[in-house]
Design a protein around this ligand. Structure first.
Ligand SMILES: [Zn+2]
Length: 340
């Protein structure tokens, strides 16, 4: 599906000791023919090992109940853990329940939790999975059980490591769960660039939503990305940005409906990394459902390489911006209270 966007034999030297977190060893048992491309995570890790030989690959701990409860409702968490979700809840998630689903979902959140700490310390970090943005406080949806980014924001905010956060969600599907979770939170700026006619069909309200028509090509897509990145920087004034680098805006994606080329997606990564230079960046993968899974892997890999090498990213001072900013108290409203 189109020309490669870089030389496959290229080896990237990572200047700092970059740590990437992965979870593909926690395999989700899926029925034959399930449309979720589980193998992309293993293929991506193998590609990272080849192209970023200096990077350190780390298996994260699973998120604890306490961490998950910073966002998720106790009753929902309990039903997930015990396997007592209603049939309709399971159907909405789109994966059959199994103990493996619980473990995998905990680890995926754990990877974003761990990546956040690395990002705050070192300026940039990556979860080779994550971006489960369709998960709400009290329900899962669209292959998402827990909202990894929301849990990471609330957990690290609770520990005093950050105050203002922003989510730049460039997965082609609207980040509805994330938007709903942070709707009343003035310290978290949510931006989503997505397909207007795509899932979820009932959209939530983010701080910035840019909805694109079916078939949108590179030019207008990149304009939207530039606008969203600028607003994340200028309106969000974040201590940390989560970049959901979904590969599903690609023209060859089965679930994407947009018309963006691989070169366009490569340019997207560059725009994001440049616009947010100097702000700690946590890259999570989001979706990707190309006909050929290797296209998805290539697009994700490009996002990782651009984040790792694109710009010399001096990390900001470690103290959160709460110090000295006017207005609200250091950790914002009691937004992460369980079941809120
Ligand atoms: Zn998606």
């Amino acid at each position: 599906m189109g020309a490669r966007i870089w030389n496959p034999r290229m080896r990237i030297r990572v200047l700092r000791a970059m740590r990437l977190h992965y979870t593909d060893v926690f395999v989700l048992p899926l029925p034959e023919g399930h449309r979720f491309p589980m193998e992309k995570y293993r293929l991506l890790r193998e590609a990272v090992r080849i192209h970023l030989p200096d990077a350190t690959l780390v298996i994260p701990d699973g998120a604890t109940d306490e961490e998950l409860l910073s966002v998720h409702a106790p009753g929902y968490l309990d039903r997930v853990i015990r396997g007592t979700l209603e049939r309709a809840e399971v159907r909405r998630i789109g994966f059959p329940w199994s103990p493996g689903l619980v473990e995998r979902s905990r680890r995926s959140v754990g990877a974003t939790l761990a990546a956040t700490e690395v990002g705050l310390d070192e300026g940039v970090s990556v979860n080779l999975a994550g971006g489960t943005h369709h998960a709400f406080r009290d329900r899962g949806e669209g292959f998402c059980v827990f909202n990894d980014v929301a849990v990471a924001i609330e957990t690290w905010r609770g520990r005093g490591r950050l105050r203002r956060a922003a989510v730049l969600d460039l997965d082609v599907h609207q980040g509805n769960g994330t938007a709903a979770i942070f709707r009343e939170d003035p310290e978290t700026f949510t931006a989503s660039v997505h397909g207007a006619a795509n899932f979820p069909f009932r959209k939530e309200r983010s701080d910035l939503d840019i909805a694109l028509p079916d078939g949108t090509p590179d030019g207008p897509y990149l304009e939207a990305v530039r606008e969203a990145a600028m607003q994340v920087r200028d309106r969000g004034r974040p201590d940390v940005v989560y970049y959901l680098a979904g590969a599903d805006a690609f023209a060859g994606d089965r679930l994407g409906r947009l018309g963006v080329s691989k070169a366009g997606l490569a340019e997207r990564d560059r725009i994001v990394v440049e616009a947010l230079d100097g702000i700690p960046l946590v890259v999570v993968m989001g979706g990707g459902y190309a006909e050929d899974v290797h296209d998805t892997v290539e697009i994700h890999l490009h996002s990782i390489i651009t984040a790792a090498t694109g710009v010399g990213r001096p990390p900001r001072p470690r103290s959160p911006s709460s110090l000295g900013r006017r207005g609200s108290p250091p950790h914002g409203p009691a937004h992460g209270s369980p079941g809120g």
